[in-house]
Design a protein around this ligand. Sequence first.
Ligand code: HEC
Length: 125
Amino acid sequence: MGLTRLCQGFLLIVLALGCSDGVEQGEAGQEDPVVQGRKLFITTGCNVCHGNEGRGDGPVARNLKPKPRDFADLAGYKRGPGLTQIEETIEKGLNSSGGIMPAFPNLKPEDRRLLALFVQSLQPK
Ligand code: HEC
């Protein structure tokens, strides 16, 4: 294999790396906030009740009363579907549900923001 071919191969790899960069990553090399929020939704255990896609169909959902609703259904929100309203729901829980929607006061505010952004990404545009 000649030196030119080697160089061409190397160039291709550099190009491929260069192009894939920025697809999943944001400005500061950070992952997309919605992708981060989705991960937190699983690692925090929200999905156990709400389901991985927030449709209200997690493994324990059918035993809950009231049941979690589909996040895509804007009319189903009791506190409200806005970003700060969702952050407040996560921080304080929902009293009306008799404590079934737990409060997460120990989450960092920036994590509550990421979770709320993920929930909003499931709402109709
Ligand atoms: C133990 C089950 C459970 C877990 C865990 C849980 N939720 Fe909920 N959540 C509920 C239930 C049940 C409701 C509906 C409450 C009601 O109707 O009063 C709800 C409601 C909500 C709502 C709608 C608020 C509104 O305005 O009506 C949001 C947003 C929400 N949860 C986000 C989350 C997030 C984010 C997490 C993880 C940090 C989480 N939940 C963890 C059970 C859970």
